[in-house]
Write a protein that binds this ligand. Structure first.
Ligand code: SF4
Ligand SMILES: [Zn+2]
Length: 340
């Protein structure tokens, strides 16, 4: 099977059947997590809305993305979105940072219609200092963003899944539908509109070795830093119904080591310019997430979180464990096709 046909077959298999009204009136999940606004550590309220999800996931999708499982298989109506929001607001305690996810693009009308978008943003106006949502670059337009800026008095932040500034990595390994140049241009456009721009960078897409992926992230940090206010290094975790999972089940993919995340931040910090550089690995320390030997994982994750929140990367140099040698040997042997 070619990577192309594999990606399309996986996308076909994960598509959910159209949801009933009851499911569509409930959000997917919410939680509160540590964050920072400038030097202030603050709690962030995170809400995943139930929507039709990313249109690109239906056609081919990105090799590591299994968010389609959290979608409705059809568009949510404005009334269903309003019901999700009302339920979520019952849990909101005035957290200063609010993150709204849709398993796709908040600015795509097929996921969240313009009226509902303004309603979501307005619901947090006056209480949240910063509100973040995600989108693909083609929807990051003045027409879509301007009404939201009017509806929200605080700071809007828009996150884009740039993943890599290398066009080959992005097209052939990550399977994005737009080249890096469109993501960089969207970052510039958003900042010109007075909105913070954030980019996700993917650590270890399939078909890249561990050391190649660290190099790719560090180079991407340097090339993207002038276009974004914040850069988040996101190491791959194995999600259901993805190309990465297909390879993992056949022993052809290992999630990245946490040492690689450490190295990406250490080497990326000097080239990040004025951008914040952060990494909060999902599923860190778990077998299907970025992990080390199991004994040092919690300590390394805590150090990554502290470095990200405080923008102070010096303490990462002092981290150590016996498994660091194994990681180093694995990286050296990987290009030779030898398992350490
Ligand atoms: S990573 Fe983003 S663009 Fe890619 S399939 Fe998932 S939601 Fe869509
Ligand atoms: Zn260890």
């Amino acid at each position: 099977m070619t990577p192309e046909s594999l990606a399309r077959a996986v996308a076909r298999d994960r598509r959910p059947a159209p949801a009933e009204a009851d499911a569509a009136s409930r959000y997917v999940r919410l939680w509160v997590e540590p964050e920072a606004i400038g030097a202030d550590r603050v709690p962030a309220f995170v809400l995943i809305l139930h929507t039709r999800g990313c249109y690109w996931a239906d056609q081919k999708g990105c090799s590591m993305c299994g968010y389609a499982k959290d979608t409705l298989g059809r568009s949510a109506t404005p009334a269903e979105l309003a019901s999700q929001l009302t339920r979520a607001l019952g849990h909101y305690r005035g957290e200063p940072y609010v993150k709204i996810y849709t398993s796709g693009s908040f600015l795509d009308d097929r996921e969240v219609d313009p009226e509902s978008r303004a309603g979501v943003v307005r619901a947090f106006a006056g209480s949240a200092r910063r509100l973040l949502f995600e989108t693909l670059p083609e929807f990051a337009t003045d027409a879509n963003v301007a009404p939201l800026r009017e509806a929200f008095r605080g700071e809007l932040e828009v996150a884009l899944g740039l993943e890599s500034t290398d066009p080959v990595v992005l097209a052939k390994y990550v399977h994005k539908n737009a080249p890096p140049s469109e993501y960089l241009a969207a970052g510039d456009r958003l900042r010109a509109l007075g909105v913070r721009a954030k980019a996700y960078l993917l650590l270890k897409p399939p078909y890249l070795s561990e050391s190649e992926s660290v190099d790719d992230v560090v180079r991407s940090i340097g090339e993207a830093s002038g276009h974004f206010d914040a850069l988040s290094v996101n190491p791959v975790h194995i999600q259901n119904g993805t190309v990465v999972e297909w390879l993992y089940r056949r022993g052809r993919y290992r999630p990245p080591w946490l040492w690689s995340v450490v190295e990406a931040l250490r080497n990326g910090a000097p080239v990040r310019g004025a951008a914040r550089l952060v990494s909060f690995p999902t599923a860190g320390g778990l077998p299907r997430g970025p992990h080390n030997c199991g004994r040092c994982d919690a300590r390394v994750l805590a150090a990554l979180e502290a470095a990200s929140l405080d923008q102070s990367f010096g303490a990462l140099d002092a981290l150590d464990c016996a498994c660091r040698t194994t990681w180093s040997a694995a990286r050296d042997l990987e290009p030779l096709g030898v398992e350490a």
